[in-house]
Design a protein around this ligand. Structure first.
Ligand code: ADE
Ligand code: ZN
Length: 317
């Protein structure tokens, strides 16, 4: 079957992609050279050989380590530009992408550099590809709560062009309840709210994200399926879940793609969409994900259209 841009009738939104997770090995090496930073890898193959993960934490260790070469606004703009070029190929018309401010400020990069570079690339995405791009600042939940609050203050002071606040990083042991205050502030500022919950963490974290943070969408949410009452609520309220099937396989949330509950989720009436999470690390972008789902889960064109329509309906437009 010939691959290429598949145009979805009403557009296709990517709602769950970490811009730092689109950092391809070649660009990591190029930016290391530009910034005269020595990487702890012999060569590209040495780096690529490390893309084997046992769980979320083992992935996050490499994901955060590779960010060390991102230093200037130019670096962040180059990172995001490369993603938009690839997203255009995947047929994406709306991209709501996460960035992790604390992952950069904690190692001495000015928040300004991060925000300016990403915002510049997002503006370019519209001009060059007609992609409607929007930024979501994400709280790094395994860092101090006070730092999350300070980061949010800084974002508001500089009038960062963000549409939403998110919550990501190592989940278990870092419940949404820790971050009630910063999310209340975000809601008061008129920002939209989303949160990673139920990826590795229990269904209770999904409930907390909804009830304590005011989350309008749940990122992953796959472990909600363990709790029928929660599923009934998610269906009833049509809370969008941003599923990331390739991520779930690579981080061993599910054994194989054939075991992925995506179809069960659709059949249950959940508002689920398909996303790439960290495509440079998990073996593919959204188009690759759809192809793999067709081959290994027997996903039909009709189901694919439902997923695309769900993505547009779940977008913060
Ligand atoms: N940050 C980047 N990717 C993530 C994921 N899959 N879960 C939590 N935090 C992340
Ligand atoms: Zn994610």
């Amino acid at each position: 079957v010939e691959e290429g841009v598949v145009l979805h009738e009403h557009g296709l939104a990517e709602l769950h992609v970490h811009i730092e997770g689109t950092f391809e090995p070649e660009l990591i090496f190029a930016l290391a050279e530009r910034n005269r930073i020595e990487l702890p890898y012999r060569d590209l193959d040495d780096l690529r050989g490390r893309y084997e993960f046992g769980d979320l934490t083992s992935f996050l260790d490499l994901y955060y380590a590779n960010m060390d070469v991102l230093r200037t606004a130019q670096d962040f703009a180059d990172l995001a530009r490369a993603y938009f070029a690839r997203a255009a190929q995947a047929g994406i018309t709306r991209a709501e992408f996460f960035f992790d401010p604390q992952a950069h400020t904690a190692r001495g990069v000015e928040l300004r550099e991060v925000v300016d570079g990403l915002a510049d690339a997002a503006a370019g995405a519209r001009r060059e590809y007609g992609i409607d791009a929007a930024m979501i600042a994400s709280i790094v939940r395994d860092r101090p709560v006070a730092e999350a609050n300070d980061t949010f203050t800084d974002l508001m002071k500089m009038q960062a062009p963000i549409i939403a606040l998110g919550l990501d990083s190592a989940e278990v042991g870092y419940p949404p309840s820790l971050f009630e205050d910063v999310f209340a502030r975000a809601r008061a500022e008129g920002l939209r709210i989303t949160a990673h919950a139920g990826e590795e963490g229990p269904p209770e974290y999904v409930r907390q994200a909804l009830d304590l943070l005011g989350a309008e969408r749940i990122d992953h949410g796959i472990r909600s399926l363990e709790d029928p009452e929660l599923v009934a609520r998610l269906v009833d309220e049509q809370i969008p879940l941003t599923a990331c099937p390739l991520s779930n396989v690579r981080l061993r949330v599910v054994d194989t793609l054939a075991d992925h509950p995506l179809r069960r989720m659709l059949e249950a009436g959940l508002s689920v969409s398909v996303n790439s999470d960290d495509p440079a690390y998990f073996g593919g972008y959204v188009d690759d994900t759809f192809s793999a789902l067709r081959e290994q889960l027997g996903l039909t064109d009709e189901e694919r259209q439902v997923l695309a329509d769900n993505s547009m309906r779940a977008a913060f437009l």
